[in-house]
Write a protein that binds this ligand. Structure first.
Ligand SMILES: NC(=O)c1ccc[n+]([C@@H]2O[C@H](COP(=O)([O-])OP(=O)(O)OC[C@H]3O[C@@H](n4cnc5c(N)ncnc54)[C@H](OP(=O)(O)O)[C@@H]3O)[C@@H](O)[C@H]2O)c1
Length: 289
């Protein structure tokens, strides 16, 4: 990799940057807050500070990079991703990047009623959150194909790791859906996701989608219980779905509407990935050292 830009250089971006820096690659990270910009400088990452919501059309401020990791989330509302649109406009089509890798989410599949799914599953987002992600994927693919740029989409489920656990929620004693009603959910440790991003960027495989998962789905309630146990906190109270609809946040309810189990066969086989944290037990140990 010659010249790397990480758009939305937060929790995963900084991990990807560290892996690349260890190989001597120079990395630029795009963030919008001054605090995040300072955090990147402290890690030796060059900073592009910009707000993708305020991007000026026609100005190719994101040009000159060969490999681009796009990790910025879509805006919080609506069914489209204007940030992705603004970013693609900021690229110089006369000197385009070699490859763009996008972290999307598994929400693009919608509710699969707990079925095991692969990358062949048709997309069918049931939430605006999933629709925005699908819009971002489609925009990226259309732009990349029109400009002969390689693309990779990673459909990512719940990310966890040190500093990324629902501890505040557990401290607050917020209830969870009773286990019998809880949907299947999939997870990946942040360190494994960062390593996958680096391998995928350097791989000979391109213009393709990978479902990302540790291959050991569980239910959402079991996840909260196991994090509570590992953190030495009380398990949260369980409530039925009718009560959950009244008391849980719209964001949490949107996660509880989708149930699917994602395999990771394509990821492991094509990219020859060996996960450091192949299940929650191994991953949670890394969070409390
Ligand atoms: N959490 C999960 O379980 C999960 C699951 C699937 C996918 N994802 C997605 O995976 C991606 C990486 O996750 P992460 O944990 O690394 O996210 P993160 O730590 O929240 O980082 C997101 C980055 O995007 C930047 N950003 C946000 N809005 C921006 C804007 N308008 N203009 C410019 N930069 C902006 C943020 O900059 P500032 O720091 O300056 O705000 C931050 O650096 C995200 O898209 C996330 O939504 C997350």
């Amino acid at each position: 990799m010659e010249s790397v830009l990480i758009v939305g250089c937060g929790y995963i971006g900084r991990r990807v940057a560290a892996l690349l820096q260890a190989r001597g690659v120079s990395v630029t990270g795009l963030v919008h807050s001054p605090e995040s910009a300072q955090g990147l400088r402290d890690q030796g990452i060059r900073v592009l500070q910009a707000d993708l919501d305020d991007a000026v059309p026609g100005v190719h401020w994101a040009g000159g990079f060969t490999d681009i990791f796009y990790f910025a989330p879509p805006p919080p509302r609506g069914e489209t991703d204007a940030r992705m649109a603004a970013f693609l406009q900021a690229l110089d089509t006369h000197a385009p990047p070699r490859r763009i890798l996008y972290i999307s989410t598994s929400a693009v599949y919608g509710d699969c009623q707990g079925r095991w799914i692969t990358e062949d599953e048709p997309v069918n987002p049931a939430t605006a959150r999933g629709q925005r992600r699908l819009n971002a994927e489609n925009r990226l693919r259309a732009w990349a194909e029109a400009n002969e740029v390689q693309w990779i989409v990673l459909r990512v489920p719940g990310i966890y790791g040190p500093g990324k656990l629902p501890l505040a929620r557990l401290h607050a004693g917020t209830p969870v859906l009773r286990e019998a009603d809880a949907p299947y959910t999939n997870r990946i440790h942040g360190d494994d996701l960062a390593a996958i991003c680096v391998v995928a960027m350097g791989s000979t495989h391109a213009n393709t989608i990978y479902n990302i998962s540790d291959g050991h789905p569980g239910n959402m309630t079991d996840y909260f219980f196991r994090v509570a146990d590992a953190a030495g906190l009380p398990r949260p109270p369980e409530i039925p779905r009718t009560e959950a609809e009244q008391v849980l946040s719209p964001g949490m309810l949107s996660f509880l509407r989708d149930s699917r189990r994602m395999g990771n066969e394509k990821l492991l086989a094509e990219l020859e990935i060996e996960l450091e944290y192949p299940d929650l037990d191994a991953g949670l140990k890394s969070c409390f050292v």
